[in-house]
Design a binder for this molecule. Sequence first.
Ligand SMILES: NC(=O)c1ccc[n+]([C@@H]2O[C@H](COP(=O)([O-])OP(=O)(O)OC[C@H]3O[C@@H](n4cnc5c(N)ncnc54)[C@H](O)[C@@H]3O)[C@@H](O)[C@H]2O)c1
Length: 341
Amino acid sequence: MIGVAVVGAGHWGPHLVRNFNDHLSSQTLWVVDQAETRRKAIGERFPSVSLSPDIDDALGDDRVDAVVIATPTSTHNELVRRALEAKKHVLVEKPITNSLEEAVELCRLAESLDRVLMVGHVFLFNPAIVAAKEYIDAGDLGQVEYLSMTRTNLGPVRTDVNAAWDLASHDISIANYWLGTAPDAVSASGGSWLNQGVQDVVFATLRYPNGVVVHIEASWLNPRKRRLISVIGAERMLTVDDMDLNEPLRLYDKGVVGAEAEITDTFAGFRSQIREGQVLIPHVTTGEPLRTECEAFLARVRGGEGSLSDGWAGADVVSVLEAIDRSIANNGAQQEVETIK
Ligand SMILES: NC(=O)c1ccc[n+]([C@@H]2O[C@H](COP(=O)([O-])OP(=O)(O)OC[C@H]3O[C@@H](n4cnc5c(N)ncnc54)[C@H](O)[C@@H]3O)[C@@H](O)[C@H]2O)c1
């Protein structure tokens, strides 16, 4: 049985408490939260769990093998460091930290102490995202040309990080996973209306090797909740709509043929340039991605291999986020993405 302490029981933490508590091979022993109201709520729902406002109480318990951190991003660096130094394995929510330098230091610390450091990039455990990766890798779309990624909603509004760090961190992790690499350069712009200096919306363009372009719209100030990704390949196209619980993935056997060949002023002539093939809606198994993520973490703690969503993958995401911030600060000028490791 793997003993788990969850630090941070706000909006997201209780889902982690539940998953580790329900799992046959783990038990949530401690929940740490500075807010008494949050500790009280957890105590009512999980009466067997010990509660504390101070992480040291959990770190001092020898039964605790792993610490799961779901506090605001600005607190991650210190809490992850303390947990690793106490020789605990760590699963930290995304993004790993709010600084690339700190992220790299944490990865090196985990390696030197032989501890697991994993980042909660939950979409890497989403069945539709995993199935899309299989289609991309099998060459079903042909050469990937560009990705369009939209992640909007009204709230939740954060103050310690902007909409890119909060929301686009998901899309960057997905794009890096699908394309098997990080981008070389980024340009971005954004706007702050709710809190000065904290962008509520960010439009980012990421340039990956081989000319692949990725555009991300991330906003917590939009009336429509949208989680939509389009992947445009030279031969086929694919969409993942995370709001569609039953049929999130679609493959389009569509394209434009001979776009340059003929100039025509008739509608029929225009349509003849569009190749309209079948739309395939593959069956995607449903299931809670967070549960799969927690299982992957437990497998790593038990000694299993795996680098999906490890600390270095989390640091790659932070490197892109820092480049986005630099570009916003420089009126959208393209910035190189720092390579790591
Ligand atoms: N993977 C996902 O889809 C997903 C979804 C939501 C949030 N998150 C991530 O989870 C993290 C938390 O987000 P949230 O929405 O739950 O935030 P939140 O503000 O609702 O909750 C954070 C909790 O941490 C507590 N806290 C803060 N500092 C602490 C400290 N030093 N020690 C103990 N407790 C402390 C607060 O009292 C609060 O209850 C963020 O990193 C966020 O990006 C991930």
